[in-house]
Design a protein around this ligand. Structure first.
Ligand code: SF4
Ligand code: SF4
Length: 408
Protein backbone atom coordinates (compact mmCIF):
# COMPACT_ATOMS: atom_id res chain seq x y z
CA UNK A 1 0.00 0.00 0.00
CA UNK A 2 1.33 3.40 -0.89
CA UNK A 3 0.54 7.01 -0.09
CA UNK A 4 1.09 9.01 -3.25
CA UNK A 5 3.17 12.15 -3.47
CA UNK A 6 1.26 14.53 -5.75
CA UNK A 7 3.68 17.45 -5.49
CA UNK A 8 4.76 16.92 -9.11
CA UNK A 9 1.25 16.41 -10.44
CA UNK A 10 -0.47 19.25 -12.26
CA UNK A 11 -3.62 18.82 -10.20
CA UNK A 12 -5.33 21.88 -11.67
CA UNK A 13 -4.90 20.50 -15.17
CA UNK A 14 -6.10 17.10 -14.03
CA UNK A 15 -9.24 18.64 -12.54
CA UNK A 16 -9.73 20.40 -15.87
CA UNK A 17 -10.29 16.98 -17.40
CA UNK A 18 -13.83 17.31 -16.08
CA UNK A 19 -14.37 18.76 -19.55
CA UNK A 20 -13.97 15.24 -20.97
CA UNK A 21 -17.31 14.31 -22.51
CA UNK A 22 -16.39 10.61 -22.70
CA UNK A 23 -16.94 10.58 -26.43
CA UNK A 24 -14.28 7.89 -26.92
CA UNK A 25 -12.72 9.58 -29.98
CA UNK A 26 -9.29 9.35 -28.36
CA UNK A 27 -9.72 5.65 -27.66
CA UNK A 28 -10.58 4.82 -31.25
CA UNK A 29 -7.46 6.47 -32.64
CA UNK A 30 -4.90 5.80 -29.88
CA UNK A 31 -2.23 3.59 -31.46
CA UNK A 32 -1.52 1.69 -28.28
CA UNK A 33 -4.90 1.72 -26.56
CA UNK A 34 -7.39 1.44 -29.34
CA UNK A 35 -5.45 -0.16 -32.15
CA UNK A 36 -2.62 -2.44 -31.02
CA UNK A 37 -4.22 -3.72 -27.80
CA UNK A 38 -7.70 -3.51 -26.40
CA UNK A 39 -7.03 -2.38 -22.81
CA UNK A 40 -9.17 0.41 -21.38
CA UNK A 41 -6.51 1.57 -18.91
CA UNK A 42 -4.06 2.48 -21.65
CA UNK A 43 -6.58 4.61 -23.50
CA UNK A 44 -6.36 8.34 -22.85
CA UNK A 45 -9.74 8.38 -21.13
CA UNK A 46 -8.83 5.29 -19.07
CA UNK A 47 -5.61 6.84 -17.78
CA UNK A 48 -7.23 10.16 -16.92
CA UNK A 49 -10.06 8.54 -15.00
CA UNK A 50 -7.68 6.28 -13.07
CA UNK A 51 -5.41 9.17 -12.16
CA UNK A 52 -8.36 11.16 -10.90
CA UNK A 53 -9.53 8.17 -8.91
CA UNK A 54 -6.10 7.82 -7.22
CA UNK A 55 -6.08 11.48 -6.25
CA UNK A 56 -9.66 11.31 -5.00
CA UNK A 57 -8.98 8.23 -2.89
CA UNK A 58 -6.13 9.95 -1.10
CA UNK A 59 -6.93 13.65 -1.22
CA UNK A 60 -10.71 13.92 -1.89
CA UNK A 61 -13.39 14.97 0.60
CA UNK A 62 -14.00 11.41 1.85
CA UNK A 63 -10.27 10.95 2.36
CA UNK A 64 -10.14 14.15 4.38
CA UNK A 65 -13.14 13.12 6.52
CA UNK A 66 -12.40 9.43 6.99
CA UNK A 67 -8.70 9.10 6.17
CA UNK A 68 -6.96 8.37 2.86
CA UNK A 69 -7.18 4.99 1.20
CA UNK A 70 -3.84 3.37 0.34
CA UNK A 71 -3.34 2.08 -3.17
CA UNK A 72 -2.13 -1.44 -3.80
CA UNK A 73 1.35 -1.78 -5.30
CA UNK A 74 0.19 -3.97 -8.19
CA UNK A 75 -2.46 -1.39 -9.10
CA UNK A 76 0.24 1.27 -9.28
CA UNK A 77 2.62 -0.93 -11.25
CA UNK A 78 -0.09 -1.69 -13.80
CA UNK A 79 -0.88 2.02 -14.07
CA UNK A 80 2.80 2.89 -14.56
CA UNK A 81 3.17 0.28 -17.29
CA UNK A 82 0.13 1.66 -19.12
CA UNK A 83 1.30 5.25 -18.86
CA UNK A 84 4.67 4.23 -20.35
CA UNK A 85 2.97 2.36 -23.18
CA UNK A 86 1.84 5.70 -24.57
CA UNK A 87 4.01 6.92 -27.46
CA UNK A 88 3.03 10.55 -26.73
CA UNK A 89 2.03 10.75 -30.35
CA UNK A 90 -0.52 13.48 -29.69
CA UNK A 91 -3.33 11.89 -31.69
CA UNK A 92 -5.65 12.12 -28.68
CA UNK A 93 -5.00 15.86 -28.42
CA UNK A 94 -5.93 16.38 -32.06
CA UNK A 95 -9.24 14.51 -31.89
CA UNK A 96 -10.42 15.62 -28.44
CA UNK A 97 -13.51 17.81 -28.87
CA UNK A 98 -13.02 19.15 -25.33
CA UNK A 99 -9.61 20.51 -26.34
CA UNK A 100 -7.72 18.74 -23.53
CA UNK A 101 -3.93 19.12 -23.60
CA UNK A 102 -3.32 15.41 -23.35
CA UNK A 103 0.35 15.64 -24.41
CA UNK A 104 1.01 17.83 -21.38
CA UNK A 105 -0.88 15.37 -19.14
CA UNK A 106 1.10 12.34 -20.30
CA UNK A 107 4.43 14.03 -19.73
CA UNK A 108 3.28 15.32 -16.36
CA UNK A 109 1.98 11.87 -15.37
CA UNK A 110 5.46 10.47 -15.98
CA UNK A 111 7.00 13.14 -13.78
CA UNK A 112 4.50 12.14 -11.09
CA UNK A 113 5.46 8.46 -11.52
CA UNK A 114 9.17 9.30 -11.23
CA UNK A 115 8.48 11.29 -8.03
CA UNK A 116 6.80 8.18 -6.62
CA UNK A 117 9.57 5.73 -7.68
CA UNK A 118 7.22 4.19 -10.24
CA UNK A 119 9.20 5.30 -13.27
CA UNK A 120 11.08 5.32 -15.48
CA UNK A 121 10.98 1.60 -16.26
CA UNK A 122 14.16 -0.56 -16.03
CA UNK A 123 14.92 -0.47 -19.80
CA UNK A 124 14.65 3.33 -19.71
CA UNK A 125 17.01 3.43 -16.73
CA UNK A 126 19.77 1.78 -18.77
CA UNK A 127 19.43 4.50 -21.38
CA UNK A 128 19.45 7.18 -18.72
CA UNK A 129 22.70 5.74 -17.31
CA UNK A 130 24.22 5.80 -20.77
CA UNK A 131 23.21 9.43 -21.27
CA UNK A 132 24.67 10.35 -17.89
CA UNK A 133 27.93 8.49 -18.53
CA UNK A 134 28.46 8.94 -22.27
CA UNK A 135 26.20 11.86 -23.19
CA UNK A 136 24.32 9.62 -25.64
CA UNK A 137 21.75 6.85 -25.19
CA UNK A 138 23.76 4.23 -27.12
CA UNK A 139 26.71 3.70 -24.73
CA UNK A 140 29.11 4.94 -27.36
CA UNK A 141 32.25 6.93 -26.60
CA UNK A 142 32.02 10.64 -27.16
CA UNK A 143 35.01 10.47 -29.54
CA UNK A 144 32.98 8.33 -31.97
CA UNK A 145 30.25 10.95 -32.39
CA UNK A 146 31.59 12.48 -35.63
CA UNK A 147 32.18 8.97 -37.10
CA UNK A 148 29.05 9.34 -39.28
CA UNK A 149 30.87 11.73 -41.60
CA UNK A 150 33.75 9.40 -42.52
CA UNK A 151 32.25 8.27 -45.82
CA UNK A 152 31.75 11.79 -47.13
CA UNK A 153 34.04 12.93 -49.89
CA UNK A 154 36.18 16.04 -49.93
CA UNK A 155 33.41 18.06 -51.59
CA UNK A 156 31.49 18.05 -48.30
CA UNK A 157 33.23 20.38 -45.89
CA UNK A 158 31.89 20.24 -42.36
CA UNK A 159 33.16 23.03 -40.16
CA UNK A 160 33.94 22.90 -36.47
CA UNK A 161 31.50 25.40 -35.04
CA UNK A 162 33.34 25.62 -31.75
CA UNK A 163 36.57 26.68 -33.47
CA UNK A 164 35.29 29.04 -36.15
CA UNK A 165 31.93 30.66 -36.75
CA UNK A 166 29.57 29.12 -39.33
CA UNK A 167 26.23 30.48 -40.44
CA UNK A 168 24.39 27.25 -39.69
CA UNK A 169 24.95 24.90 -36.80
CA UNK A 170 23.85 21.40 -37.79
CA UNK A 171 22.74 19.55 -34.63
CA UNK A 172 23.15 15.93 -35.71
CA UNK A 173 21.50 14.14 -32.77
CA UNK A 174 22.62 10.89 -31.11
CA UNK A 175 20.72 8.39 -33.25
CA UNK A 176 21.92 9.60 -36.64
CA UNK A 177 25.43 10.05 -35.25
CA UNK A 178 25.84 6.61 -33.70
CA UNK A 179 23.41 4.09 -35.20
CA UNK A 180 25.16 2.58 -38.25
CA UNK A 181 21.76 1.94 -39.89
CA UNK A 182 20.72 5.57 -39.54
CA UNK A 183 23.99 7.38 -40.24
CA UNK A 184 22.93 7.88 -43.84
CA UNK A 185 20.40 10.46 -42.59
CA UNK A 186 23.21 12.65 -41.30
CA UNK A 187 25.36 11.94 -44.35
CA UNK A 188 22.69 12.95 -46.86
CA UNK A 189 21.77 15.99 -44.80
CA UNK A 190 25.40 17.12 -44.98
CA UNK A 191 25.59 16.38 -48.73
CA UNK A 192 22.44 18.41 -49.40
CA UNK A 193 23.64 21.35 -47.29
CA UNK A 194 27.03 21.31 -49.02
CA UNK A 195 25.40 21.13 -52.48
CA UNK A 196 23.41 24.28 -51.64
CA UNK A 197 26.62 26.04 -50.62
CA UNK A 198 25.52 26.45 -47.01
CA UNK A 199 28.28 27.46 -44.61
CA UNK A 200 27.68 24.94 -41.84
CA UNK A 201 29.44 23.25 -38.98
CA UNK A 202 28.71 20.88 -36.10
CA UNK A 203 29.70 20.66 -32.46
CA UNK A 204 31.70 17.49 -33.24
CA UNK A 205 32.65 15.51 -30.11
CA UNK A 206 31.14 18.22 -27.96
CA UNK A 207 27.57 17.79 -29.15
CA UNK A 208 25.59 16.45 -26.20
CA UNK A 209 22.37 14.43 -26.16
CA UNK A 210 19.47 16.86 -26.55
CA UNK A 211 17.73 15.33 -23.53
CA UNK A 212 14.55 14.26 -25.33
CA UNK A 213 14.58 10.70 -23.96
CA UNK A 214 14.99 11.93 -20.41
CA UNK A 215 12.21 14.50 -20.76
CA UNK A 216 9.76 12.08 -22.40
CA UNK A 217 10.27 9.50 -19.68
CA UNK A 218 9.53 11.93 -16.85
CA UNK A 219 13.07 13.00 -15.92
CA UNK A 220 12.80 16.69 -16.82
CA UNK A 221 14.33 17.67 -13.48
CA UNK A 222 17.52 15.74 -14.29
CA UNK A 223 17.94 17.30 -17.73
CA UNK A 224 18.64 20.86 -16.67
CA UNK A 225 22.44 20.45 -16.60
CA UNK A 226 22.64 18.82 -20.04
CA UNK A 227 20.31 21.38 -21.61
CA UNK A 228 22.31 24.27 -20.20
CA UNK A 229 25.57 22.69 -21.40
CA UNK A 230 24.18 22.46 -24.92
CA UNK A 231 22.90 26.03 -24.79
CA UNK A 232 26.40 27.14 -23.70
CA UNK A 233 27.89 25.36 -26.73
CA UNK A 234 25.29 27.01 -28.99
CA UNK A 235 26.29 30.38 -27.56
CA UNK A 236 29.96 29.67 -28.21
CA UNK A 237 29.21 28.59 -31.77
CA UNK A 238 27.05 31.72 -32.29
CA UNK A 239 25.36 30.56 -35.51
CA UNK A 240 22.65 32.50 -37.29
CA UNK A 241 20.54 29.35 -37.34
CA UNK A 242 20.43 25.91 -35.69
CA UNK A 243 19.23 23.11 -37.97
CA UNK A 244 18.27 19.61 -36.84
CA UNK A 245 17.51 16.56 -38.94
CA UNK A 246 15.94 14.67 -36.03
CA UNK A 247 12.30 15.45 -35.31
CA UNK A 248 12.83 14.63 -31.61
CA UNK A 249 15.80 17.00 -31.24
CA UNK A 250 13.80 19.64 -33.11
CA UNK A 251 10.85 19.44 -30.72
CA UNK A 252 13.11 19.37 -27.67
CA UNK A 253 15.37 22.26 -28.62
CA UNK A 254 12.56 24.39 -30.00
CA UNK A 255 9.87 23.76 -27.39
CA UNK A 256 11.67 22.62 -24.24
CA UNK A 257 15.02 24.44 -24.22
CA UNK A 258 13.47 27.92 -23.87
CA UNK A 259 12.07 26.75 -20.50
CA UNK A 260 15.68 26.43 -19.27
CA UNK A 261 17.52 29.23 -21.02
CA UNK A 262 17.60 31.56 -24.03
CA UNK A 263 18.64 30.08 -27.36
CA UNK A 264 21.14 32.27 -29.23
CA UNK A 265 19.57 31.47 -32.62
CA UNK A 266 16.28 30.18 -34.04
CA UNK A 267 15.90 26.43 -34.65
CA UNK A 268 14.58 24.92 -37.86
CA UNK A 269 14.03 21.37 -38.97
CA UNK A 270 15.93 20.33 -42.08
CA UNK A 271 12.67 20.05 -44.04
CA UNK A 272 11.90 23.73 -43.42
CA UNK A 273 15.40 24.87 -44.24
CA UNK A 274 15.84 22.76 -47.36
CA UNK A 275 12.30 23.60 -48.55
CA UNK A 276 13.36 27.26 -48.56
CA UNK A 277 16.64 26.47 -50.35
CA UNK A 278 14.63 24.82 -53.13
CA UNK A 279 12.14 27.67 -53.31
CA UNK A 280 14.94 30.24 -53.58
CA UNK A 281 16.64 28.26 -56.36
CA UNK A 282 19.75 27.42 -54.32
CA UNK A 283 18.93 23.75 -54.75
CA UNK A 284 17.53 22.47 -58.02
CA UNK A 285 16.40 18.84 -58.05
CA UNK A 286 16.83 17.93 -61.72
CA UNK A 287 17.23 14.17 -62.03
CA UNK A 288 14.02 12.19 -62.41
CA UNK A 289 13.16 9.76 -59.63
CA UNK A 290 10.49 7.60 -61.24
CA UNK A 291 9.06 6.00 -58.16
CA UNK A 292 5.86 6.02 -56.12
CA UNK A 293 6.34 7.40 -52.65
CA UNK A 294 4.29 8.11 -49.57
CA UNK A 295 5.33 10.33 -46.68
CA UNK A 296 4.98 9.29 -43.06
CA UNK A 297 4.48 12.36 -40.83
CA UNK A 298 6.66 11.97 -37.71
CA UNK A 299 4.58 12.90 -34.63
CA UNK A 300 7.23 15.33 -33.39
CA UNK A 301 7.25 17.11 -36.71
CA UNK A 302 3.54 17.03 -37.52
CA UNK A 303 1.17 17.01 -34.58
CA UNK A 304 3.75 18.48 -32.16
CA UNK A 305 5.04 21.21 -34.49
CA UNK A 306 2.61 21.59 -37.38
CA UNK A 307 5.17 20.85 -40.14
CA UNK A 308 3.12 19.06 -42.79
CA UNK A 309 3.62 21.09 -45.97
CA UNK A 310 7.41 21.47 -45.78
CA UNK A 311 8.37 17.82 -46.38
CA UNK A 312 5.71 17.52 -49.06
CA UNK A 313 6.99 20.59 -50.86
CA UNK A 314 10.42 18.90 -51.12
CA UNK A 315 8.86 15.74 -52.54
CA UNK A 316 6.84 17.80 -55.03
CA UNK A 317 10.04 19.44 -56.28
CA UNK A 318 11.53 16.09 -57.31
CA UNK A 319 10.80 15.40 -60.98
CA UNK A 320 9.22 12.07 -61.85
CA UNK A 321 8.19 11.27 -58.29
CA UNK A 322 4.61 10.09 -57.90
CA UNK A 323 3.35 11.06 -54.45
CA UNK A 324 0.46 9.21 -52.87
CA UNK A 325 -1.06 9.94 -49.48
CA UNK A 326 -1.91 7.29 -46.96
CA UNK A 327 -5.50 7.43 -45.79
CA UNK A 328 -4.29 8.63 -42.40
CA UNK A 329 -1.95 11.54 -43.04
CA UNK A 330 -0.96 14.91 -41.60
CA UNK A 331 -2.57 15.43 -38.18
CA UNK A 332 -4.38 12.11 -38.51
CA UNK A 333 -1.19 10.15 -39.34
CA UNK A 334 -0.88 6.91 -37.44
CA UNK A 335 2.13 6.94 -35.10
CA UNK A 336 5.08 4.65 -35.96
CA UNK A 337 5.07 3.27 -32.41
CA UNK A 338 8.60 4.25 -31.41
CA UNK A 339 8.07 7.46 -29.44
CA UNK A 340 7.79 8.16 -25.74
CA UNK A 341 10.31 5.43 -24.86
CA UNK A 342 7.92 2.69 -26.09
CA UNK A 343 10.46 1.09 -28.43
CA UNK A 344 12.93 0.88 -25.56
CA UNK A 345 10.57 -0.59 -22.97
CA UNK A 346 8.07 -2.47 -25.17
CA UNK A 347 9.78 -3.32 -28.47
CA UNK A 348 7.11 -5.83 -29.51
CA UNK A 349 4.29 -3.36 -28.97
CA UNK A 350 6.27 -0.75 -30.91
CA UNK A 351 6.73 -3.19 -33.78
CA UNK A 352 3.02 -4.13 -33.81
CA UNK A 353 2.16 -0.45 -34.21
CA UNK A 354 4.83 0.04 -36.88
CA UNK A 355 3.45 -2.90 -38.84
CA UNK A 356 0.05 -1.17 -38.88
CA UNK A 357 1.74 1.88 -40.39
CA UNK A 358 3.57 -0.23 -42.95
CA UNK A 359 0.20 -1.77 -43.89
CA UNK A 360 -1.18 1.78 -44.36
CA UNK A 361 1.64 2.48 -46.82
CA UNK A 362 1.24 -0.87 -48.59
CA UNK A 363 -2.47 -0.21 -49.09
CA UNK A 364 -1.80 2.84 -51.28
CA UNK A 365 0.56 0.90 -53.52
CA UNK A 366 3.78 2.78 -52.95
CA UNK A 367 7.29 1.50 -53.54
CA UNK A 368 8.98 3.88 -51.16
CA UNK A 369 8.06 4.86 -47.63
CA UNK A 370 9.71 8.14 -46.81
CA UNK A 371 10.06 10.03 -43.55
CA UNK A 372 12.23 12.63 -41.86
CA UNK A 373 12.94 11.33 -38.35
CA UNK A 374 15.55 8.75 -37.30
CA UNK A 375 13.19 7.01 -34.86
CA UNK A 376 10.37 6.63 -37.38
CA UNK A 377 12.93 5.49 -39.97
CA UNK A 378 14.40 2.87 -37.62
CA UNK A 379 11.03 1.62 -36.49
CA UNK A 380 9.34 1.48 -39.88
CA UNK A 381 12.36 -0.11 -41.50
CA UNK A 382 12.29 -3.03 -39.08
CA UNK A 383 8.51 -3.35 -39.46
CA UNK A 384 8.92 -3.50 -43.24
CA UNK A 385 11.27 -6.46 -42.71
CA UNK A 386 9.13 -8.18 -40.06
CA UNK A 387 5.95 -7.86 -42.12
CA UNK A 388 7.62 -9.22 -45.28
CA UNK A 389 6.97 -6.03 -47.24
CA UNK A 390 9.09 -5.15 -50.26
CA UNK A 391 8.80 -1.42 -49.81
CA UNK A 392 11.97 0.58 -49.45
CA UNK A 393 12.45 2.83 -46.45
CA UNK A 394 14.10 6.12 -47.39
CA UNK A 395 14.97 9.30 -45.58
CA UNK A 396 13.73 12.46 -47.28
CA UNK A 397 17.24 13.94 -47.69
CA UNK A 398 18.44 10.73 -49.34
CA UNK A 399 15.55 10.83 -51.79
CA UNK A 400 16.24 14.46 -52.55
CA UNK A 401 19.93 13.68 -53.03
CA UNK A 402 19.01 11.18 -55.78
CA UNK A 403 17.42 14.05 -57.65
CA UNK A 404 20.39 16.36 -57.11
CA UNK A 405 22.65 13.96 -59.01
CA UNK A 406 21.98 15.45 -62.46
CA UNK A 407 25.06 16.86 -64.22
CA UNK A 408 25.37 20.51 -63.33
S1 SF4 B 1 -0.53 10.35 -27.10
FE1 SF4 B 1 -0.97 8.75 -28.65
S2 SF4 B 1 -0.40 6.81 -27.65
FE2 SF4 B 1 -0.58 8.35 -26.04
S3 SF4 B 1 -2.67 8.17 -25.29
FE3 SF4 B 1 -2.68 9.78 -26.87
S4 SF4 B 1 -3.22 8.72 -28.78
FE4 SF4 B 1 -2.60 7.13 -27.27
S1 SF4 C 1 -11.48 12.66 -26.96
FE1 SF4 C 1 -11.36 14.09 -25.21
S2 SF4 C 1 -13.51 14.33 -24.58
FE2 SF4 C 1 -13.45 12.47 -25.86
S3 SF4 C 1 -13.13 10.79 -24.38
FE3 SF4 C 1 -11.10 11.42 -25.09
S4 SF4 C 1 -10.37 12.89 -23.55
FE4 SF4 C 1 -12.61 12.69 -23.29
Amino acid sequence: MKRLDISKLDVAALLGTDACVRCGECTLTCPTGGEAQDVELITPRGKLLRMRDFVKRQYGLRARLFGPKGIEDDELEEFSRRVYECTICGQCKVVCPAGLDTIGFWENMREFLVANDLGPLPPHQQIVKSIENYDNPWMQPRTQRPGWSKRLGKEVVIGDSLKERHEVLYFVGCTAAYDPNIRAMAEYTARVLARAGVDFGTLGNDEGCCGSTMMRTGLSDSTKGMVLRNIERFEKAAPALIVTSCAGCYKTIRQDYPKYGKLPAPVRHITEFVGDLIESGKLVPEARVDRTVTFHDPCHLGRHNGLYDQPRSILEAIPGLRIVEMERNRDDARCCGAGGGVKTAFPELANDISELRVADAESVGCEVLCTSCPFCYQSLKSAIASSGSEMEMVDLMELLWQSLQAPR
